[in-house]
Design a protein around this ligand. Structure first.
Ligand code: MYA
Ligand code: FAD
Length: 664
């Protein structure tokens, strides 16, 4: 039934102001207005069609992406869109492309590591897209271990140039997005060598292709690394391979904010920490956390709407069968993901604030919060992307068989999303960085250095080692201080246990390797504490709209108690709660799910996604799933003809053969 809202009866159940929640989700009325306008602009333009991606071959798919990128830029110029609007428009086009790396890494790398002069020269070119850039760090042999990169960049004082070279096969740059076919330039990371001395990894702006004919410049070998996971998915991106054969670049193309090489070939370190060379990764990890909430909320929106449409079993007395969303098992799998999407939104907002604050301090040569920013971006990137990847897959299962169809939108979403667990830092490697930060914090407790920021609770470690939860009944778990107390005690006790075990090793690095599983768990507990505490902080703000704050409180409790239940072993073994308190948390969780149930559709409507963006028949706003699924099936190229290609050639003779055998 075209034009009928099959989910209207669900929308009528909502006990809160959905429009007010849309503002909370978007971050402000202004952000909602811009995102609403940009998403509709993209959705209403057939040039941005994306429902055919799974059917296209690689070359067609890639050409289509180039067309969309050029068209998006044309619209941005025609409509005189602001930077904010342009970036929103690109995100609603919803197709991984070389532009992500150009705007997301190439431009930030220059901004973060370039000198004033370099910004003046390169940024206008990049901003007008007169050059297109990528971020060429990872090599065939090394990704996680950045210090292990092998590309050499040797200063030649005779010509005032650097000579870039790929000395081994494993030094070939491998993976950079946008590199394979499109980028004219790259920020290349390599080992800086002056006068025979190796100064470690630094960034350089390198032109790769001619601006006239787009051919690789002399000494450069470049191409695409091949098909990746999923059919459409990330194959719209030209991840590339790059080799240098003694390629020369002028000295002023070294990004020189952190350190520089003089005309005479002297290496000079500025007063900023050398870790700023890693600054672009910190920036992108921060954006990845907000993006996690977007990806998870898309999957949850699809699974929630479909769960309200889908009915199985339970027809009694002429009543229809039960909606699957009413099954408690469905709720216990779906609603924690819904709560996580909101939790990641708010922790993403906070992380953005933290990052901006660190940047402001850096301008004033205050580097004190850099370790905190590194630990938070690394840890939260790891936690949210792992949870989101698992969450998207869970949403696919929550949609039963139809979730496996590409037209559900979920397979492609998963395939596009899952590399976030690896890129911008493997998730385990990043948790180990958090663990180092935690161990360092504990080791400094005796020195009188007061821990601040997200590790401030470590300052109360003695008290946290002794504390006991005073929860007596299920509702006590609704008290934020009860939840915070339990999460802080668990995180502190896990870290302290690791620190104690580490101290038994004479070689700390050996100990770190041996205990790395425990350290990863301690880091995870710390990151979950950050998410819970930032959700609680958000609820301290004035949040207008009927029922909005109350519902967010419910979601916050679900996020926290779900993790308490899931990691009950941790909470019990560290002794911060009793098994009775653990089972009270579970009782409370059941009651919270019942409170979400009537509001579930409203809560996913608050994401304000267009059907174009969701790209899912199961997640359609109007819930008109079955007729559209049926219609869609007939569009498959296999159904273009009644008898498929290959039938006459292969199957007909087989059938005839069997017929003959049967007659024998
Ligand atoms: C428009 C927006 C769109 C956005 C979308 C964008 C496109 C999306 C598509 C994206 C496509 C994907 C694109 C891509 O994938 S780009 C490639 C991304 N690659 C990686 O992420 C590599 C991961 N590896 C590393 O980051 C490092 O090598 C690690 C950290 C693992 C070790 O490193 P190393 O062996 O050197 O370090 P150390 O352990 O000895 O530590 C040394 C000291 O340094 C400190 N430290 C370490 N790291 C940082 C840091 N970052 N900031 C500040 N400080 C840092 C550390 O705490 C320690 O401090 P201290 O204890 O000594 O005080
Ligand atoms: C889709 C995609 C896009 C990418 N885009 C870019 C780009 O634009 N530019 C760019 O420069 N790079 C890019 N990369 C590369 C990416 O950043 C790296 O692949 C990533 O950092 C992981 O490094 P690796 O491949 O070396 O993994 P490895 O480190 O080899 O990981 C293999 C396994 O070893 C484990 N491991 C490694 N070290 C340790 C340790 N110390 N302790 C315990 N376990 C460990 C890991 O957990 C993992 O299980 C991209 C990658 C992908 C998949």
């Amino acid at each position: 039934m075209e034009g009928v809202d099959h989910l209207a009866f669900e929308r009528n159940k909502a006990q809160f102001d959905v429009d007010a929640m849309k503002i909370v989700w978007a971050g402000s009325s202004h952000a909602l207005e811009v995102s609403d306008r940009m998403s509709r602009l993209v959705a209403s333009d057939p040039a941005f069609r994306k429902d055919n991606r799974a059917m296209l071959g690689r070359k067609e798919l890639f050409k289509n992406t180039l067309r969309k990128a050029a068209y998006a830029l044309k619209r941005i110029i025609e409509l005189r869109l602001s930077e904010e609007e342009a970036s929103m428009l690109r995100s609603f086009v919803d197709e991984p492309a070389f532009t992500d790396l150009h705007w997301g890494m190439f431009v930030p790398a220059i901004k973060g590591q370039g000198t004033e002069e370099q910004l003046k020269k390169w940024l206008p070119l990049a901003q007008k897209m007169q050059i297109i850039g990528c971020y060429a760090q990872t090599e065939l042999g090394h990704g996680s271990n950045v210090q292990g990169l092998e590309t050499t960049v040797t200063f030649d004082p005779k010509t005032d140039e650097f000579v870039i070279h790929s000395p081994t096969l494993t030094s070939s740059k491998w993976w950079p997005g946008g590199l394979g076919k499109i980028s004219t330039h790259a920020v290349v990371y390599g080992r800086l060598i002056t006068d025979g001395q190796d100064h470690g990894v630094h960034g350089f702006i390198v032109q790769l292709r001619s601006l006239d004919d787009h051919l690789p410049l002399p000494g450069i070998t470049v191409g695409d690394i091949g098909m990746k996971f999923g059919n459409g998915a990330y194959n719209t991106m030209d991840n590339g391979v790059l080799r240098f054969d003694h390629v020369r670049i002028p000295r002023d193309q070294m990004l020189m904010r952190v350190s520089r090489v003089t005309r005479e070939g002297k290496y000079v370190q500025s007063n900023v920490p050398r870790q700023l060379v890693y600054g672009t990764m910190v920036y992108v990890r921060q954006t990845i956390v907000s993006d996690a909430s977007t990806a998870l909320s898309r999957a949850v929106c699809i699974a929630t709407r479909y769960s309200a449409v889908r009915r199985q079993f339970g027809a009694t007395g002429g009543n229809p069968e039960s909606q699957v969303i009413d099954y408690k098992t469905q709720q216990a799998r779906l609603f924690p993901l819904l709560a996580s999407a909101y939790a990641f939104r708010f922790v993403g907002e906070w992380l953005k604030w933290l990052y901006t604050d660190v940047m402001t301090r850096l301008q004033a040569n205050d580097f004190s919060t850099l370790p905190e920013a590194h630990a938070c971006t690394a840890g939260l990137k790891s936690l949210t992307t792992s949870a989101t990847s698992d969450g998207i897959e869970e949403c696919r299962k929550l949609c039963g068989g139809h979730g496996y169809l590409c037209s559900s939108g979920l397979p492609e979403l998963f395939a596009v999303y899952v590399p976030t667990c690896t890129y911008e830092g493997d998730n385990i490697v990043l948790l180990l960085q958090v663990a180092r930060h935690l161990m360092k914090t504990i080791s400094q407790l005796g020195s009188g250095k007061k821990p601040v920021g997200t590790v401030a609770y470590m300052g109360r470690v003695e008290q946290l080692m002794e504390s006991r939860s005073d929860v007596q009944k299920a509702e006590d778990w609704l008290n934020p201080s009860a939840v915070l107390g339990a999460f802080e005690a668990r995180a502190a006790r896990k870290s302290v246990a690791c620190a104690k075990n580490l101290s038994k090793f004479s070689n700390p690095e050996e100990g770190f390797l041996e205990l790395s599983n425990d350290l990863v768990e301690a880091a995870r507990a710390h990151c979950q504490l950050i998410v819970v505490s930032k959700f609680i902080d958000k609820l301290q703000q004035d949040i207008p709209g009927k029922g909005v704050k109350q519902l967010l409180e419910v979601l916050c409790s679900i996020y926290a108690l779900f993790h308490l239940h899931k990691h009950l072993g941790d909470f019990l073994s560290t002794g911060c709660i009793t098994s009775k308190q653990g089972s009270l948390a579970n009782d409370q969780l059941r009651s919270l799910y019942s409170q979400v149930r009537p509001n579930a559709i409203g809560l996913v409507d608050a994401f304000n996604y267009t059907d174009h963006y969701l790209s899912s028949i199961l997640g359609r706003y109007d819930g008109n799933v079955y007729p559209k699924l049926y219609e869609e099936a007939w569009k498959d190229p296999l159904n273009d003809s009644v008898i498929p290609d290959g039938f006459q050639e292969y199957i007909r003779p087989m059938l005839k053969q069997q017929l003959r055998n049967a007659r024998l």
